[in-house]
Design a protein around this ligand. Structure first.
Ligand code: VIB
Length: 230
């Protein structure tokens, strides 16, 4: 099949697929490039340079801070208590356990937290914040598309790498485990179901806008991993 260029076209070509599978289809080859990035493979093989992970962790701490703000928008816009609770519980985890992971990792890698906070924000990190926050301000569907992309991509490589021999370094172990545990799988499945429903109910313009946001996220995921190497 030649590459479909719009959500409507891709959906018509595969009426049996889940709407969220269509988002992935439309985001190739970036989706595979993000989920299979050398960063994720080296992390799993325990060959990733600590310097690369340190640079990544500093920027990812900033990314996660912005993502917590995106969740605020989604909580406000979510249509019911089930969805609001899903985002609220996730926001609670991001701002507590996940934040502790970054602080522990900075400590293991000899990065002072004040030093991390003073690090310049990378242009890719800034582009992520711009995309996610403006998407969430525009609509629920577009904001949800950004969140789903970020989480599903990490689940995909996390589950793959967790099936391999465990790395020895604590930060590598933890960063894989976090993205492969059953609670995270069910969180992402819940996001997919919410996105499937939201896309089915959306106008054609909104469907295309959500698909564009998802695709742009996959490009930035690749650039974000790349940036840690330079
Ligand atoms: C650039 C970037 N994209 C996506 C994620 C994924 N992610 C963001 S918060 C969270 C919850 C549990 O770790 C997950 C999986 C990330 N960390 N960094």
């Amino acid at each position: 099949m030649s590459m479909p260029s719009s959500y409507a076209e891709a959906r018509a070509a595969e009426p049996g697929a889940r709407p969220t599978d269509i988002l992935v289809r439309l985001s190739q080859p970036h989706w595979d490039a993000a989920c299979g990035h050398r960063f994720t493979r080296e992390l799993g093989a325990d060959t990733l340079s600590a310097e690369v992970f340190g640079r990544y962790a500093v920027q990812d701490h900033l990314f996660v801070t912005d993502l917590a703000s995106v969740l605020g928008h989604l909580i406000a816009r979510a249509p019911g208590m089930t969805a609001k609770h899903r985002f609220a519980a996730f926001a609670a985890m991001l701002t507590s356990e996940e934040n502790d992971f970054f602080l522990r990792t900075f400590d293991q890698l000899g990065i002072e937290p004040q030093e991390a906070a003073r690090m310049p924000v990378h242009e890719v990190t800034r582009a992520f914040a711009g995309l996610m926050l403006s998407a969430a301000e525009r609509s629920y569907a577009q904001g949800l598309a950004c969140l789903l992309c970020a989480e599903w991509c990490y689940l995909t490589w996390g589950v793959r790498e967790a099936a391999e021999v465990r790395p020895r370094r604590a930060w590598a172990q933890e960063w894989i485990d976090l993205h492969a545990v059953p609670a995270f799988r069910s969180f992402v499945e819940g996001l997919r179901e919410e996105m499937d429903r939201t896309l089915d109910a959306a106008t054609p313009e909104e469907q295309e806008a959500a698909a564009r946001a998802f695709r742009r996220m996959t490009e930035l995921e690749v650039e974000f991993f790349d940036a840690a190497y330079s």
